[in-house]
Design a protein around this ligand. Structure first.
Ligand SMILES: Nc1ncnc2c1ncn2[C@@H]1O[C@H](COP(=O)(O)OP(=O)(O)O)[C@@H](O)[C@H]1O
Ligand SMILES: [Mg+2]
Length: 504
């Protein structure tokens, strides 16, 4: 049966279609920066295909629960044991009920574990129940990260394994993976590589563009086109979409929260939601309620052991309860700063990953007997970005600075330092740093890279950029309510912003 799903339009107004049956066999990868319209695209695909195929959505942000009212999806909230999620997934396959697994509100590690348990249940379904089902995973880099992050090795392995099964081995079992990611470079390569269909949206960073070009078999110069795509515009390629790269505009959706004039569509022929609930939440009489299989403890990596060692300090070393907690806290912060600075002046620091530097940090704290809790990896990453941006830690008390740090926390790690350098100039009314200075902070020599970084912040509404009549740049921050003095974009590198690692 050939079913063409209407995704939107091509240039010239012709419909952009997606061959559903072909999609089941060849899977889909969607990539585009945050705000490029990926979730909207997935919603369009889900809505248009709802009458034709069973759907399971892995939804980290609770975006898709609105499909329930109109299309009858059952929302599975994830606050259940992993074993229970696995059993629910098996019943979902048996009864062919469309669902949204809502992972909103769980921490990343929990999200990974729940998704793994649920996908595992879909994958291990009884052979009799291998009916076709679209498995849509939004923000797939969360579940199949390219590199180890802050979660435990065990959670990462479980989740990555489940995603690999979905994309590499799911086809025979009727599972058709549709995954979306903000950053191709953050998605595990083997998971991305199994999709034969692509929808590429606006892409900002060179590394993602290069990966996209590789996947699409385009040359890197051609892939520059991804930079200029507007929201909702994607380039389609693959057996279910188009034989050559085809620009498409995604059409409207029925269920987005913002939709003000919903249009009626025929309801899918599915069991009434109440029946559907019963079907998947009630164990069948013959279902074995076996105890979950106990897995052997996962192997512990050397890095984990080092972390544990660094954190486990013998009781005897614990300093007595301070009489003046405020002073003790300040002392703690000052000593942590000292350790951070020590790491920063190491000329090799710029070439190591944050995870490695963090290990180094923990060990140094331990050697210096820094009292109190060491920083978490997330805090370390942020403090390190701040320190690396050449920002004096004592400014932390200054007005506006904590807010700047909070704003930076929402950005990709590699951009936080750049953001903070510009924000600091704005807070202190200093001239806007030159392109060369910004590039240097980012760890690049390219002034055009600096301009793209500023454009990126501007797109996200973090900065508003203007040029004065002498061609000097002024960057304003609406959030912080301040702006830089005019600065020459073509000016020299400001050495006070220099990274220690650059002091060859
Ligand atoms: N094709 C489109 N037509 C109309 N609005 C769109 C379209 N694509 C995205 N949007 C809107 O743009 C905003 C961001 O889109 P979203 O899908 O959430 O982006 P992403 O998931 O890539 O971060 C949302 O408010 C969405 O409604
Ligand atoms: Mg989204």
């Amino acid at each position: 049966m050939k079913v063409d799903i209407d995704m939107g339009s091509q240039s010239g107004g012709k419909a952009a279609t997606l061959d559903l049956e072909e999609l089941l066999a060849t899977r889909l990868l969607v990539q585009g920066n945050s705000g490029s319209g990926k979730s909207h695209l997935l919603r369009r695909l889900l809505e248009q295909s709802a009458p034709w195929v069973q759907q399971c959505v892995i939804d980290p942000e609770g975006d898709f629960v609105t499909l329930a009212d109109r299309y009858g999806h059952v929302v599975v909230d994830a606050e259940r044991s992993e074993a229970e999620l696995t059993r629910i997934a098996a019943r979902i396959r048996q009864h062919r009920v469309s669902v949204v697994l809502n992972l909103e509100g769980l921490d990343v590690e929990q999200q990974m574990r729940c998704a793994a348990a649920f996908l595992g249940g879909l994958f291990d379904a009884d052979r009799d129940h291998w009916y076709p089902v679209l498995v849509v995973v939004d923000e797939a880099q969360l579940f199949a990260p390219a590199v180890a992050g802050e979660v435990s090795d065990e959670a990462r392995k479980l989740s990555l394994g489940a995603m690999t099964n979905l994309m590499c081995r799911g086809r025979k079992r009727g599972l058709a993976g549709v995954i979306a990611t903000q950053r191709l470079a953050k998605l595990a390569k083997n998971v991305a590589a199994e999709a034969s269909n692509f929808l590429m949206g606006r892409t900002f960073l060179d590394i993602d563009m290069a990966r996209a070009a590789d996947l699409l078999g385009m040359d890197r110069r051609q892939s520059e086109m991804f930079r200029d795509l507007a929201r909702g515009h994607f380039v389609a390629l693959g057996p279910a979409l188009s034989r050559r790269p085809l620009p498409v505009t995604i059409g409207t959706v029925e269920t987005s929260a913002r939709s003000t004039s919903p249009k009626l569509t025929p309801l899918p022929e599915a069991p009434a939601p109440a029946d559907a609930r019963d079907l998947i939440f009630t164990p069948a009489a013959d279902e074995v309620r076996a105890m979950p299989v106990r897995r052997p403890p996962p192997p512990v990596s050397t890095a984990d052991i080092l972390t544990q060692l660094a954190q486990a300090r013998p009781k005897a070393e614990e300093p007595a309860e301070p009489l003046l907690p405020v002073i003790a806290e300040a002392d703690h912060a000052a000593r942590i700063d000292e350790v951070l600075r020590e790491i920063l002046v190491d000329p090799d620091a710029a070439f190591r990953t944050v995870a490695v530097l963090y290990q180094d940090f923990l060990v140094r704290c331990r050697i210096r007997r820094v009292p109190g809790e060491p920083l978490t990896l997330a805090d370390f990453r942020r403090r390190f970005a701040v320190a690396r941006a050449g920002v004096d830690m004592t400014r932390e008390g200054e007005e506006g600075w904590p807010q700047a740090v909070t704003l930076s926390a929402g950005l990709p790690d590699d951009l936080q330092g750049v953001f903070l350098v510009i924000a600091r100039a704005a807070l202190t009314g200093a001239p806007c740093p030159s392109d060369a200075t910004i590039a240097r902070v980012y760890g690049s020599h390219s002034p055009s890279r600096a301009r793209r970084l500023i454009a990126y912040f501007e797109e996200r509404g973090l900065f508003v950029v203007r040029t004065d009549f002498r061609g000097r740049r002024i960057v304003a921050s609406p959030d912080l309510g301040c702006e830089t003095a005019p600065g020459d974009p073509a000016g020299p590198v400001d050495v006070s912003q220099d990274l220690p690692s650059a002091a060859e």
